[in-house]
Design a protein around this ligand. Structure first.
Ligand SMILES: O=C(O)C1=C[C@@H](OP(=O)(O)O)[C@@H](O)[C@H](O)C1
Ligand SMILES: C=C(OP(=O)(O)O)C(=O)O
Length: 444
């Protein structure tokens, strides 16, 4: 008799603590800040240092991309618990030669690196994960062409494509429709000081999403001595000039702090995140408004944000939550009143179609989620266990973990998807939920 193989249920059983979750969690560096500073360091007028940067798949892809364009990036020991600091020698003047860039599933790599490839001499071929080929890239392709750069995308407006640079970009006025991603704007702004005439970028479509991320781009450019005029809505002017080398501390990733704070809200516990900046352009600072709307308290004192849940989760209307939306949606699915998430139509072009993924997976656990033109409507419904699909999306994986806090039997299909921006997620989550002694990474 031959043995037949029985499919084994795989996945990560999300812990259900059955009591309030209480603890302190230090989270790794911001993806958006790390990858912006890496790009600026590659363009800078001397060597730069990133202290406490993120070390994850998205940052590793950015490091590899910039190395392939000629930057020298070395790891040196730092003081943070999440890995070494990074020293960056910029891409040398006159860098030339054909090369390849693997974008993985990283929006910051596929959008921010092509303008740097345009500044070199030679052809750079860009590709990525299967789903990366579905993500919108047309505005980058058209903008580079508008700047006189040769781009071969086979007419797809998507990966794979190649950029052929001739050692410089003239710059000037360019119009784009950045309705599908703020990263189209950020990408051009980050490189623009190195264009001969700088850049006058005009957005011609309807609403640009994720405006906080553009504010972050403008802020980091100004820190590096680049003159940016963003006084006219939907227009940005960047003066040509040097990008000043820097030595910077990377803030913790406040978006990735979200699931841990959500654990306090979902269970009526209390979670503290040290290293919370007093001033920041990170969209994750909005947790201080969003979570109190759900009935929690949020207190920022001496650089520590403490969120305390009330024991019940209240729904509400949440606008323009950008990359926070999957975490917000998971909490709304646990709420006792209905919720509406608006201003997030562009999430259909993220790591996966997040609106469809959240609707499908929350409803698969018994939820009541419908898609609207620009977001989600979520009504209270009794949830049950089951497999929560992750679509290679880190924020779907963390959304499944949040649901599992209150719903026994949730199995997150691929918890390793969190390695995109937080490889330590499962370890930190398990430690927090189990109420173990703080690990080195959790200590103050
Ligand atoms: O510039 C950035 O670092 C990001 C911009 C946003 O992109 P979209 O404008 O496409 O939402 C955000 O969702 C993404 O996670 C990171
Ligand atoms: C949309 C996201 O990522 P990316 O930078 O790949 O666009 C995200 O992290 O939620």
């Amino acid at each position: 008799m031959t043995e037949t193989s029985v499919p084994v249920a795989e996945g990560w059983p999300a812990p259900t603590p059955g009591r309030p979750v209480t603890g302190v969690v230090r989270v790794p560096g911001s993806k958006s800040l790390t990858n912006r500073y890496l790009v600026l360091a590659a363009l800078a007028d001397g060597p730069s240092r990133l202290r406490a940067p993120l070390h994850s798949r998205d940052s590793a892809l950015m490091v590899a991309a910039l190395r392939s364009l000629g930057a020298e990036i070395t790891e040196v020991s730092g003081s943070g618990p999440f890995g070494p600091d990074l020293l960056v020698e910029p891409i040398p003047a006159g860098a030339a030669g054909n090369t390849n860039v693997d974008c993985g599933l990283a929006g910051t790599v596929m959008r921010f690196v092509p303008p740097l490839a345009a500044l070199r001499t030679g052809t750079t071929a860009f590709d990525g994960d299967p789903h990366a080929r579905q993500r919108p890239m047309g505005a980058t392709v058209e903008a580079l062409r508008g700047l006189g750069i040769e781009v071969d995308d086979g007419g797809r407006g998507a990966l794979p494509f190649s950029v052929t640079g001739r050692g410089g970009v003239p710059g000037g006025r360019v119009e784009i429709d950045a309705g599908a991603s703020s990263q189209f704007v950020s990408a051009l702004l980050l490189a623009a000081a190195r264009f001969a005439d700088g850049l006058h970028l005009v957005h011609t479509g309807e609403t640009v999403p994720s405006l906080d991320h553009i504010a972050m781009t403008v802020q980091v450019l100004r820190e590096c001595g680049v003159a940016v005029d963003d006084s006219v809505p939907n227009e940005w002017r960047v003066a040509p000039g040097p990008v000043r080398a820097f030595d910077v501390d990377i803030e913790p990733d406040l978006s990735n702090a979200g699931p841990f704070l959500a654990a306090a809200v979902a269970t009526g516990g209390s979670v503290s995140i040290p290293g919370w900046p007093e001033q920041t352009t990170q969209v994750g600072d909005k947790w201080r408004e969003i979570l109190p709307q759900m009935g929690a308290t949020a207190e920022l004192a001496d650089g520590v944000l403490t969120v305390t849940g009330s024991g019940a989760v209240r729904g509400g209307t949440f606008a323009d939550t950008s990359e926070l939306a999957p975490t917000v949606a998971a909490l709304c699915a646990l709420a006792d009143t209905p919720s509406v998430l608006t201003g997030i139509a562009h999430l259909r072009g993220h790591e996966t179609d997040r609106l469809a993924a959240l609707r499908t997976e929350i409803n698969g656990l018994g939820g009541n989620v419908t898609e609207t033109a620009d977001g989600l409507a979520i009504s209270p419904a009794p949830l049950h266990g089951g497999v929560f699909g992750t679509y290679a999306d880190h924020r779907m994986a963390t959304a499944g973990a949040i649901l599992g806090l209150s719903v026994p039997g949730v199995v997150v299909e691929d918890i390793a998807a969190t390695s995109k921006t937080m490889p330590e997620f499962a370890q930190l989550w398990t430690g927090l939920v189990a109420g173990t002694e703080p690990t080195a990474a959790q200590e103050d």
